[in-house]
Unconditional design. Structure first.
Ligand SMILES: [Zn+2]
Length: 285
């Protein structure tokens, strides 16, 4: 079966160095395996979207020499597929009217087996969990297990504002696109058991996973659009790509020894080694 990898940014801001690192790792892993690399824009959360950010991200990736296969998939075009998945999950879901602020990290199942008193009341849809450990072997972290019920509780798959949760959409789209190799930031390591659980319930195959370390700023925070990480500059692209490769633990020639982006990518694909990426303990929360 051919390898299919992907990069799936949210258009909540421009591409920053941390997302360039994740894009680079997923690209090299897919291309090293002779596989395809897909691009998906995760634009479900319209209130958080920044106008023009999707196009800016796509242009920046092209400027850095990334070449994706096929058409770009936009999650905002995929609502019927999420609706269908929600219907298939129905035996394991229930409406919840609790405000998120009432609970800490773990939802105690307050609304399980409690029908809505007023169907018109605004509610989220939660997925019933169990407490058997759900485990997988990450290609960078090794074995990782989580008990969903005691760590998170039943989690939201359709938000009270009517937006499908990231957890559901990402699983449906990876299966739809045939993605079998997921390489992404370590902040999603602890989301993965939820994805495995959804894959099991929906009858989807389980991809391989590798969670690459996050780029941390001087304040010790993950570079993210939320804390306004600066857009990655397209001025010195080769230097920036070499820096991304070094961050991923790869040996690399000096940027001055590579005269074109094509030469960089040819070299980087031929030398990519996932075993050289050092795991990083994900930040709490
Ligand atoms: Zn509830």
């Amino acid at each position: 079966m051919p390898t299919i990898g992907r990069f799936a940014p949210s258009p909540t801001g421009p591409l920053h160095f941390g997302s360039l690192v994740a894009a680079t790792a997923s690209y090299l892993a897919a291309r090293r395996a002779g596989g395809e690399w897909l691009l998906r824009i995760e634009d479900l959360d319209k209130p958080r979207e920044q106008t023009g950010a999707a196009d800016t991200i796509i242009q920046t990736l092209a400027d850095f020499g990334f070449v994706w296969d096929g058409d770009i998939l936009y999650q905002s075009q995929r609502l019927p597929a999420y609706q269908e998945a929600l219907a298939n999950l129905k035996p394991n879901t229930y409406p919840c009217t609790c405000s998120r602020k009432r609970f800490g990290a773990c939802y105690p199942g307050t609304c399980r087996d409690k029908p809505l008193s007023n169907p018109a009341q605004q509610h989220s849809i939660r997925l019933r969990t169990h407490d058997q450990p759900i485990c997988f072997t990450d290609q960078i972290y090794g074995k990782y297990c989580q008990r969903l019920e005691s760590v998170l509780g039943d989690f939201v798959i359709l938000r009270a504002d009517g937006i499908f949760a990231y957890q559901l959409a990402v699983v449906v789209d990876d299966a739809f696109q045939g993605v079998n190799q997921i390489v992404r930031g370590a902040d999603l390591l602890d989301n993965t058991p939820r994805h495995l659980y959804l894959q099991q319930l929906l009858g989807f195959p389980q991809p391989s996973y590798a969670h690459v370390p996050l780029v941390i700023d001087q304040q010790g925070q993950k570079l993210s659009k939320q804390n306004l990480a600066p857009a990655v500059s397209t001025e010195k692209r080769l230097d920036t790509l070499v820096a991304a490769l070094r961050f991923l633990g790869q040996t690399c020639p000096d940027a001055s020894d590579l005269d074109t982006l094509n030469a960089f990518w040819d070299w980087a694909i031929a030398h990519w080694n996932m075993a050289s990426v050092t795991p990083q303990i994900p930040p709490a929360g």
